[in-house]
Design a protein around this ligand. Structure first.
Ligand code: GTP
Ligand code: MG
Length: 310
């Protein structure tokens, strides 16, 4: 398995950029340079992000995130922002429908089936028909079962799904594996899949979104699962975004005044917060074009820093 198409696409875009005529000299140079690079940036295809939803929590939060992204892209007043937004997280099918750039993984089928049918019922976007992988039995809240048994056992199938999704991207920016750290599939298989992504796509960023369990959580071994997950992800990930269920629960009760708080309410808040971080934004150095990489320069920074600290 290789990332050749995405890398090749990114190279050909860079080559094209350099083959264009440079900006003119003289007193209008500054304005011309800004205009030139803005135009170049706008002509480039958007950088895409492939989300990998793992386990019950990852699949439920992931579906909510795509829902928010889709609403924002469709409601956005400015066309360039809307296009940049949906290109990053969705692809358009030949029929004009929006399909999420996502791979769904769980060791039991229920949640994936539910997420897929709810997305399709929204009528605005859906998951790819064949972008999911599930088995009959979960990982029993056991990190080791996920990391040592289910992950390696289903490695080829999951990697193949990811490869197909990556091939749909003009330019791949990176991956967002989403999971909880308390169960067995999200934490164990999620850690294993993150490791595979890092190995196979070394130039793509990997941003992990983790849901932290309630302090009084229902999974008795959640502390072990969380520590094992974090210990590995610290070595593998470019960035780790954590949402604590306790804190989000408090937002729902104290700020939003929701009486009977469900996972759906919590996931909605998480998705809105993630939307603010992950959607295209104008930055001081982006010359009027929307940022092309949700991690900005931090990925470049990591690549530069690593040899010095090694
Ligand atoms: N915020 C949020 N947390 C969830 C959701 N579903 C489960 N959780 C939390 O996730 C943890 C359990 O992890 P799951 O995602 O259910 O487990 P899993 O990854 O499917 O692993 P196995 O069931 O053991 O195969 C608990 O701490 C739950 O509180 C959800 O939809 N939203
Ligand atoms: Mg499960």
């Amino acid at each position: 398995m290789s990332n050749t198409p995405a890398i090749a696409a990114s190279r050909s875009v860079t080559d094209r950029k350099h083959s264009r005529r440079p900006p003119p000299h003289g007193e209008t140079r500054k304005a011309a340079i800004t205009g030139y690079y803005t135009a170049q940036a706008q002509r480039l295809p958007g950088m895409s992000v492939v989300t990998v939803q793992l386990g019950q929590c990852g699949n439920q939060v992931g579906r909510e995130l795509f829902d928010v992204m889709c609403s924002d892209a469709q409601d956005a007043g400015r066309k360039t922002h809307s296009t940049a937004g949906w290109e990053r997280f969705f692809r358009q099918t030949t029929q004009g429908d929006l399909e999420a750039r996502a791979v769904l993984v769980d060791m039991e089928p229920k949640v994936i089936n539910h997420s897929m049918s709810r997305a399709a019922k929204s009528g605005r976007w859906r998951y790819g028909e064949t972008s999911h992988f599930s088995q009959k039995q979960g990982s029993g809240n056991n990190w080791a079962n996920g990391y040592c048994v289910h992950g390696p056992g289903h490695r080829d199938a999951v990697e193949e799904l990811v490869r197909r999704e990556v091939e749909h991207c003009d330019m791949l920016a990176g991956f967002i594996p989403m999971m909880s750290v308390a169960g067995g599939t999200g934490s164990g298989v999620g850690t294993f899949v993150t490791q595979c992504l890092r190995d196979i796509y070394p130039s793509a960023f990997v941003l992990n979104h983790l849901t932290w369990p309630y302090g009084t959580g229902e999974v008795i071994v959640q502390n072990y699962n969380s520590v094992l997950t974090l210990a590995h992800l610290y070595q593998l990930s470019d960035a780790i975004l954590v949402h604590e269920n306790d804190i989000v629960h408090r937002i729902c009760s104290q700020l939003l005044k929701i009486k009977q708080i469900s996972f759906s309410d919590i996931n909605r808040v998480i998705a809105h917060q993630l939307g603010g971080v992950l959607q295209p934004a104008l930055t001081p150095d982006s010359c009027g074009a929307y940022s092309r990489n949700p991690l900005g320069k931090s990925r470049t920074l990591r690549v530069r820093i690593q040899p010095e600290t090694a």
